[in-house]
Design a protein around this ligand. Structure first.
Ligand code: PLP
Length: 367
């Protein structure tokens, strides 16, 4: 069956990005594949990352980790959003490391006969996950009851390398590691860096770096750190769609729900067979598609299953032709960063929100 839209994922780009990231730090690399690998496909990317030399995989949920394990991943897997009340026994069955950030989670694991390996998450200043108010109490517990494999934290502003909060978090991390040492706990794997810190803050690498967005060839922040290209990263996803219809319309035609836009002059419009149900942000202004290297911006509101682009009066595009929604930008197309800017979002959200109606095709990009 011919698709009306597809997200093409080039796993060789992911392999190249892993090679680049590994060359940036001499420590182990954990490939972050949570949220269906930022929309790229959990299993395919997980297995490709393992083949490409990733040392670990990281996910948010235990069920994501179990899927990876049951589909054949053999390298260590860490799941860091495993709440109290979770089925910690299944993490043992499937050989998955779990993070804890509360005394409640510690007690649950300590009471098990067979215990999973644990990474202690500490809050060094992001004020999200990790031990904070319970830290002193935690240090008084009998920590020999559990197997502590690691200690980690997460940066809030690594994409703004000159922000003082980065130094503060790094210092706080070292203090909390020292707190553990003072009670005789020296976790073998200390980790703090996300993609931005891996690229910009080599002093924060410790024993392992956790890279997500850069794995997919996207910049952690194109405004502060430069584009994919500037960073030497290769965007792995190309999103394509079909022109459901091409039609000629006169000047001053109202386009779409609410008639929020009008054609400036007589032109050809293309109806693209994707909409907000597929993850195309409804409020987008200044992105669109490319046909044969020519940009055609969105006109009017994005609908549930469709949006309209202005191809221009001289366009040779016809109903049924493919257009590129975003790609690496090498053939005149918009990038995920362009879409992020045009919709008030970030590239992470642009790829992650692409819906399940869009098949993922593991093949090179096409132009
Ligand atoms: C998502 C996540 C990462 C990856 O962040 P990127 O900016 O995509 O590299 C790393 N660590 C944790 C704990 C995360 O939740």
């Amino acid at each position: 069956m011919e698709h009306r839209a597809e997200a093409r994922v080039d796993v060789s780009a992911i392999a190249a990005n892993i090679a680049l990231l590994k060359s940036q730090s001499a420590v182990e690399l954990l490939a972050v594949v949570k949220a269906d690998a930022y929309g790229h496909g959990l299993i395919e990317v997980g297995l490709a990352a393992e083949r490409a030399g990733a040392d670990w995989l990281g996910v948010a949920l235990l069920e994501e980790a179990i899927l990876l394990r049951t589909r054949g991943v053999r390298i260590p897997i860490l799941a860091w959003l495993v709440s109290p009340g979770s089925d910690f026994k299944s993490s043992v069955t499937h050989d998955i490391d779990v993070a804890i950030s509360s005394v409640m989670a510690f007690n649950e694991i300590a009471s098990l006969k067979v215990k999973p390996r644990v990474h202690i998450e500490v809050d060094t200043g992001m004020t999200r996950g990790g031990f904070l108010d319970e830290w002193q109490e935690f240090l008084t517990l009998d920590l020999s009851q559990i197997e502590i494999a690691g200690v980690f934290s997460h940066f809030a502003r690594a994409d703004e390398p000159s922000e003082k909060q980065n130094i503060d978090q790094l210092n706080r991390f070292k203090e909390m590691v020292a707190d553990l040492a003072a009670v005789g706990i020296n976790p073998p794997i200390k980790h703090l860096s996300n993609s931005a810190a891996t690229l910009m803050n080599h002093g924060a690498a410790f024993d392992l770096v956790r890279t997500g967005i850069a794995l997919y060839g996207l910049s952690p922040d194109a405004n502060t750190l430069g584009s994919s290209k500037d960073l030497g990263l290769k965007p792995a996803m190309q999103l394509r769609a079909k022109l459901h219809l091409v039609k000629s319309v006169p000047a001053n035609s109202p386009v779409g729900y609410g008639a929020t836009a009008f054609t400036q002059s007589a032109t050809k419009l293309g109806v693209v067979a994707m909409g907000y149900a597929d993850g195309i942000p409804r409020n987008t202004q200044g992105a669109g598609v490319a046909f044969e290297g020519e940009k055609a911006p969105i006109i009017g509101r994005v609908s549930m299953d469709q949006f309209v682009v202005d191809l221009g009066a001289d366009s040779t595009a016809q109903s049924g032709d493919w257009v590129i929604v975003f790609g690496d930008g090498s053939h005149g197309e918009y990038t995920a960063d362009d879409w992020a800017r045009a919709s008030g979002s970030i590239n992470y959200e642009i790829t992650t929100r692409i819906g399940p109606r869009v098949p993922r095709i593991y093949a090179p990009h096409v132009y």
